[in-house]
Design a protein around this ligand. Structure first.
Ligand SMILES: Nc1ncnc2c1ncn2[C@@H]1O[C@H](COP(=O)(O)OP(=O)(O)OP(=O)(O)O)[C@@H](O)[C@H]1O
Ligand SMILES: [Mg+2]
Length: 158
């Protein structure tokens, strides 16, 4: 499906998002920070939830809309799923100990990363979703060497 890593990827149906997210799960490793941008309802949680399932999370996967963060442990991997939509200023992130989540054993998936402003210092992959008709468009940008490796892996999984 991914021909050129800088192209937009068509995801006409929720199942397409879920398939790509499962392929991504095969490529992720500890220490990665993945951000998910896009308007309300553009499919960020859907994508992350499918990735968590593929990584082996078996219980309920709640959207962290109110809790700000939901954390999971799968084998050796810690996964933190943030939704920062409700963050008004950076002090609130200090209060939840935001920086302490970014340890080398963990993968972080962050919805609404724009709200973190300067608190988010290192991002490996930036996912940008938008609505296209009944489906979605996805743009993926690698912002680090680690991110580029993941994209190469993902392209190989197609
Ligand atoms: N590729 C897709 N094609 C069509 N519909 C999709 C696709 N991906 C997700 N959806 C649908 O979009 C809706 C909103 O999805 P989701 O809750 O994941 O959005 P979100 O970006 O996390 O929103 P929010 O900003 O409120 O957290 C859901 O009903 C989901 O089924
Ligand atoms: Mg969401």
């Amino acid at each position: 499906m991914i021909k050129n890593l800088h192209e937009r990827i068509d995801l006409p149906d929720e199942a397409d998002s879920e398939k790509l997210a499962a392929q991504l799960a095969d490529c992720v490793s500890a220490g990665l920070v993945l951000t998910f941008s896009g308007e309300i309802g553009s499919g960020k949680t859907t994508f992350i939830r499918a990735m968590l399932r593929a990584l082996g999370v078996s219980g309920a996967i709640k959207s962290p809309t109110f809790s700000l963060v939901e954390s999971y442990q799968c084998q050796q991997l810690q996964i933190h799923h943030f939704d920062l939509y409700r963050i008004q200023d950076e002090d609130e992130l200090e209060y939840i100990g935001f920086r302490d989540y970014f340890v080398s054993e963990a993968v972080s998936c962050i919805e609404w990363p724009e709200r973190a402003k300067n608190c988010l210092t290192k991002v490996d992959l930036r996912f940008t979703l938008s609505v296209k008709g009944r489906g979605r468009l996805l743009n993926i940008d690698a912002l680090s060497n680690a991110g580029e490796k993941i994209l190469t892996c993902l392209a190989g999984n197609q």
